[in-house]
Design a protein. Structure first.
Length: 150
């Protein structure tokens, strides 16, 4: 799902999914990619013997990402069937993974914003969403350590 009118968010998302798949392969973490299914999650991995659905969220940026920037999930996705969000930013076709968190953890701590609402930088929200700062996320190293134990 993309909130950009020209669909360019879909391309950004697919590129981020590719980079995430490569990261999983490089670290020997088995997965199933579901991104082409147009469903509410992109990957299934095993954690503690359970199939866990992972949704990769990526923003295309014109500047390098910073830990003070926000991770967003649109409000209409709040009830989607996934358990983990992985957040990334893409600048000049380079994907930077900013961290991850559980879906419940995200929505328990997210600040809810409305379409058109301005943030502290003057950015106007494109849609209703939950958002938290990247620096509130768990590290990708932590994610990989947990996933590799399986």
């Amino acid at each position: 799902m993309t909130i950009l009118p020209d669909g360019s968010g879909q391309i950004t998302g697919i590129i981020a999914e590719k980079w995430f798949a490569l990261l999983l392969m490089e670290t020997g973490i088995p997965f199933k990619w579901c991104g082409s299914d147009k469903g509410p999650y992109d990957f299934v991995i095993k954690l503690n013997g359970e199939a866990v659905k992972v949704d990769v969220k990526c923003k295309k940026r014109t500047v390098k990402p910073c830990t003070d920037y926000d991770a967003h999930v649109t409000v209409d996705q709040k009830d989607y069937d996934c358990r983990i969000y992985v957040f990334a930013s893409m600048t000049d076709e380079i994907v930077s993974f900013m961290g991850w968190c559980g879906k419940q953890e995200f929505w328990d701590s997210a600040k809810l914003v409305s379409k058109g609402e301005k943030d502290s930088q003057g950015f106007s929200e494109r849609t209703g969403a939950g958002k938290i700062k990247y620096n509130q996320l768990r590290s990708m190293l932590n994610f990989l350590e947990i996933a590799k134990k399986q």
